[in-house]
Design a protein around this ligand. Structure first.
Ligand SMILES: C[S@@+](CC[C@H](N)C(=O)[O-])C[C@H]1O[C@@H](n2cnc3c(N)ncnc32)[C@H](O)[C@@H]1O
Length: 236
């Protein structure tokens, strides 16, 4: 039977979100995120285009929401260090298991177990997320966007990047990960949760419709959506 991708499969939850998930498999999943992200998420390009130019003007603070095991946070901190730039990276995740695992990885990142609504009186020059939007349920998306704007400095930038749901993404990820199911990705939730993530993800039209005024949605390769807010464009 073919998988229905015509609507968001919000009733199906990812295995990693189960509080009773096998801890060993969950931790292996955090460990493998860096591999997956290096292929599909392309934060190096985002760092070069959006983050580095800001850090070249002044020392900046960056918040990574739903950071999981913190691989994107650590990568940004490492690139900045290599470029001789000062970026203070805070990796935030609501799941204590993710933060516990990430704390053991260091990397010059400040790891915190919290929701964005818990951050009071703090501001960041850049707020990002990767593969977070499709996890959100109910009012969590509008709440996240409202919090992101509140947490951004004057002149700040918010970039929430995620998968775009499509046949290309679903079958491409399915075929691309199949040879690695029993080796590189074994004993992790990467393949199963990746396919579920794509089924839960927004299309360009859905995310555009959900985006409040001031936010823009852009497509990127491969099968990426970027939801963007800049304080300089906030009134446009
Ligand atoms: C698929 S993982 C992505 C991890 C990481 N960003 C990456 O790309 O490797 C999504 C993470 O978002 C976290 N999460 C879900 N809802 C959240 C929320 N409302 N606030 C903070 N974290 C959340 C989950 O605990 C999970 O670790």
């Amino acid at each position: 039977m073919s998988t229905d991708l015509s609507i968001r499969a919000v009733a199906i939850r990812e295995l990693m979100d189960d509080p009773d998930a096998d801890l060993r498999m969950l931790e292996r999943t955090y460990d493998r995120f860096s591999l997956v992200n290096s292929v599909v998420s392309r934060w190096r390009a985002v760092y070069r285009r959006e983050i580095r130019p800001r850090a070249q003007k002044q020392s900046i603070r960056l918040l990574d929401v739903g950071a999981g095991g913190g691989d994107v946070s650590r990568a940004i901190a490492a690139w900045a260090h290599r470029d001789g730039l000062s970026i203070h990276v805070t990796a935030l995740d609501a799941d204590a298991r993710a933060i516990r695992w990430a704390l053991g990885r260091g990397g010059g990142v400040d790891y915190r177990c919290a929701y964005t609504s818990d951050l009071a009186g703090e501001v960041f020059d850049v707020v990002i997320s990767n593969h977070l939007l499709h996890h959100l349920i109910g009012d969590e998306l509008p709440d996240l966007l409202q919090d992101s704007v509140r947490l951004a400095t004057a002149g700040g930038l918010v970039l929430h990047r995620d998968i775009e749901r499509s046949r290309f993404a679903y079958w491409g990820f399915g075929a691309g990960t199949l040879p690695f199911e029993k080796n590189l990705l074994a004993d992790s939730f990467i393949r199963a949760d990746g396919l579920t993530s794509i089924r839960r993800a927004y299309t360009f039209g859905e995310l555009s419709a959900a985006a409040p005024p001031g936010w823009r949605v852009r497509r990127a390769f491969p099968a990426r959506l970027e939801l963007r807010w800049e304080s300089s464009n906030a009134s446009s």
